[in-house]
Design a protein around this ligand. Sequence first.
Ligand SMILES: C[S@@+](CC[C@H](N)C(=O)[O-])C[C@H]1O[C@@H](n2cnc3c(N)ncnc32)[C@H](O)[C@@H]1O
Length: 288
Amino acid sequence: MVVNRLAGGTTPGRNSGRAIRARNPNSHPATIANVDTRPSSPDEAPSGASSDAGNAATTTEIEAMFDRLAPRYDLMNTLVSGFQERRWRRRVVELAGLEPGMAAVDVATGTGKVAEGLADRVGVFGRVVGVDVSTAMLERARRSNADRVELEFVSGDAMALPLESGAYDAATVAFGMRNLPDYERGFAEMLRVLRPGGRVVCAETARPRSPLGRLAWLWFERIVPMLGRLSSMPDAYRYLVASARAYPDPRTVAEIMTQAGFVDVRWTGLTLGIVTIHTGRRPAGDGS
Ligand SMILES: C[S@@+](CC[C@H](N)C(=O)[O-])C[C@H]1O[C@@H](n2cnc3c(N)ncnc32)[C@H](O)[C@@H]1O
């Protein structure tokens, strides 16, 4: 069942009680026709073009962009989010529902901020693994967490997580999903590594629907590219806006999660709907 509210979760989505429709196979990124999505040089970010199935850029292009972005990433993130990102990440950690001694994975962990929050929850008898493709982002994550025994950062692709199946109580992804070439596969990989009954949490930038939210989005579309110019990486911030604009709406994301095998899929908006957090569970007892 897809439900469109997290807390309480009483409002059934339009799809509740019936099978979720299969997504349009024609929407695969390979069919983004007549759009040259490649960066014109290795030092330029991809365009951000995406379909409802995935980002059109290759993982190699995305990795190169985040490697270049890494030294400025945390500061720029704080500015771009209007100082909201901590609150968003805290919510992701809360929704993962972890307890001391549990195990979690944070996919597309970046500089490891969500992973740190998860590690605080599971404590020294638990285990948290942060996975990312960008060496430069991972270096930062490792450097600031060198003394934490319960927290480990590994290099790996979200499309084929280098992790054992059925071993984790929660899997999170914060502002990483929209970079993946195949969203459903990204969710399916998270499902695979979760134990039956384990929880997934996905936070992503979304286009708000309310009038106030649309105003906030205008701010995002205008201010973020300006901040990007200050950062000397304007192309990366153009990518940020373009990829956020192209990311599927919350209902479609919920459908993708359901297709990937999750149940109890719900979502909620934060900060006037500029960020959406989806949650779901691997079915209990599927044991596969
Ligand atoms: C916008 S950052 C988000 C980082 C972090 N989760 C946060 O909340 O700040 C996106 C991250 O996704 C990573 N990423 C992109 N594609 C990936 C892939 N296929 N597999 C693993 N990580 C990926 C990037 O390297 C980058 O660190």
